[in-house]
Design a binder for this molecule. Structure first.
Ligand code: ATP
Ligand code: MG
Length: 300
């Protein structure tokens, strides 16, 4: 079981697109997978639910915001969690049986504003965090019992729900365009995580939106591989690089109803995501083995 965050403080680096594709790919390979949309833009939820199903869940108050609100109560128990989770999602084959989603809501911002504080007797962000902290073991145990992989799509900020998942998660993936601004956003994130003192591990940098005709992209990838500063501070990149490709962006368009993962992403990019998922599974297993003190194969 692994809880993985897709996170970068730089916006628009394909966190959501890749989190959704990886969640679908893992589910398609038979892993019980939960996608958690932790971004108030609510895009990863919408991508696997479609607009109208997502709207229904918002009306029924079945979102991450509502789960977190339930976690503020002293009587909260893990038996309440399934109510907020929607099963058999994605447009692939009418829904993937092993893929579920916990969608987000714009109301999640209430936690960082006076609205939620007023309703809850003027609780500060730190007080909210402390309350989530008290119940995070219940959430983690429930995720462990029910899923092989939990993928958390984060906003480009350290919002209160992101802080909570940084405390609940096992490791994080940093999607980054191989250019200076994205790397800056990534390094800023790494610094923030270090200062927070959380135990979460780095799983790797995922080079995204790569254009091979862009010399700067090639140079950044090479400098990172050689450990040249500041690029050498990035988490060890995955060998799989996700290119800037119209077919990947088009896969997220509604109304296509693809019959399979390959049909959705095209055989070429489906193969690419499968090799990325193999790396993710492998690195997650290494990290678990390391955490349990077992012998770990030598890393390349
Ligand atoms: N491999 C790709 N090739 C071409 N376009 C892509 C690819 N991946 C993502 N995109 C496009 O890039 C844009 C940003 O992608 P996405 O929304 O996934 O980024 P993000 O990091 O989640 O953004 P935000 O910081 O706003 O959450 C979108 O328009 C998306 O369709
Ligand atoms: Mg996003």
């Amino acid at each position: 079981m692994s809880i993985l965050l897709f996170i970068n403080l730089k916006g628009g680096v394909a966190k959501t697109t890749n989190a959704v594709a990886v969640a679908e790919c893992l589910a398609d390979a038979g892993y019980r997978t939960l996608l958690i949309d932790a971004d108030h833009q609510c895009m990863s939820g919408e991508l696997v639910l479609g607009e109208s199903r997502q709207l229904k869940l918002e009306h029924k108050r079945k979102t991450l915001h509502d789960l977190l609100a339930a976690m503020l109560d002293d009587e909260f128990n893990a038996g309440q969690i399934p109510y907020f989770v929607e099963n058999k999602v994605s447009d692939i084959g009418g829904g993937l049986p092993t893929l579920s989603v916990l969608p987000c809501s714009i109301r999640i911002d209430d936690f960082s504003t006076n609205m939620a504080k007023a309703r809850r007797g003027h609780k500060s962000n730190d007080e909210f965090l402390a309350m989530f902290r008290k119940r995070r073991a219940k959430l983690r145990r429930w995720l462990e019992a029910n899923y092989d992989f939990t993928i958390v799509d984060c906003p480009p900020s350290i919002a209160i729900q992101v802080k909570t998942f940084l405390e609940v998660g096992d490791s994080f993936i940093v999607p980054a365009i191989p250019d200076r601004l994205s790397v800056r956003g990534s390094l800023y994130l790494l610094d923030r995580i270090r200062r927070m003192g959380v135990k979460i591990e780095r799983l790797g940098t995922l080079w995204s939106l790569f254009r091979k005709q862009n010399q700067m992209h090639c140079n950044v990838i090479e400098s990172t591989a050689k450990g040249i500063e500041p690029y050498g501070q990035m988490p060890r990149p995955f060998e799989t690089v996700i290119p800037n490709a119209a077919k990947i962006a088009e896969a997220t368009e509604p109304g296509r109803n693809p019959s399979s993962f390959s049909a959705k992403y095209t055989p070429e990019f489906a193969k690419l995501y499968r090799s990325l998922c193999e790396e993710i599974v492998q690195r997650s297993q290494w990290q678990r083995a390391e955490a349990n003190g077992a012998a770990v194969p030598v890393r390349v």
